[in-house]
Ligand binder design. Sequence first.
Ligand code: NAD
Length: 360
Amino acid sequence: MTAAKILVLPGDGIGTEVMAPAVAVMQAAAAAVDCPLDIDEGLVGGVAIDATGSPLPEATLAAAQAADAVLLGGVGGPKWDHLPMSERPEKGLLGLRQALGLFANLRPALLFGPLAEASSLKAELVADLDILIIRELTGGIYFGEPRGVEQRDNERVGFNTLVYAEHEIQRIAKVGFELAQKRGGRLCSVDKANVLEVSALWREVVSAMHVDYPDVELSHMYVDNAAMQLVRAPKQFDVIVTGNMFGDILSDVAAMLTGSLGMLPSASLSASGVGMYEPVHGTAPDIAGQNKANPLATILSVAMMFRYSLDQPLAAERIEQAVAKVLAEGYRTGDIANADDADHMIGTREMGDRVLEQLG
Ligand code: NAD
């Protein structure tokens, strides 16, 4: 079996702190399922600017393009905030997304039972929530042309273009159908087909593809209703597939259902299956360097990597079960702790060690 090539990019701030336990968990889970890994480490973001002058050095880009999966911590921080937009650490992240052709963004909203109290919704509505939002990441209104602000009849007019070609809809819908097959078998496509022509095309294309996935139950929902349903009865969903802007908004709504930024993993996939895996949170300068960051979002991103890029669902399940057990035992980092958890409060490294122990 050839070793899967993994590029690890810790980045800045808590990125480096959460990456250390995540890599240890990755190695332990790989060993448990006999999946050889070839792990390389690179620079991205602020640390890359300091070392090379560029947020995405050539060597990092080349290593990412040669990898089966990239695991990223986070980029950015006050040290680089004075730089012009085009030279900021975030450019490293955007450059990677573009160069790797990462068109599908996967954001699970998973709520471990013991953390249900942290949600802004009633615990019974969200306990054991497990939904997956798939957002188209490289098209739609964020990239459509023409765009701009121009003078028309004595006033300025701003405009953007919401555009999707059939092939863009087909490739994201394919991800949706295939992941629904691997999960609960239900796919909800979210659009605004009652108002927008591009959404009517989206709905038509997705519906036409359904014949190839008879085992998936397909439904359609308008985005305004989807937003309402996500906070009314989120467990009705399994997989949601939607365009760039609708997905941007709905995935943040879903994130808040789970209560903590420190628990949320994400994946971005290319057509060839290469993926970039990263926690949803940033570099948290307010707690960086204090062993306070919750590493579970990054550890759960490693689980997604095993599932979606390495085709090792067993390794993914082991990691997710280990995290569930650690939480069930009451261990908490500060961000997910409440007043009763004082004697089970632990730091970044200790949380990583608990997960490793559970992995055996
Ligand atoms: P943030 O996600 O870094 O932090 C928001 C709040 O959540 C902070 O109070 C922080 O302490 C807390 N938090 C975040 N992750 C946590 C974790 N794992 N454990 C415990 N608490 C956690 O967002 P921000 O403050 O808006 O941004 C800080 C920096 O991160 C900025 O430079 C921003 O550009 C960058 N950023 C990077 C990414 C990325 O690399 N993908 C994403 C968002 C923000």
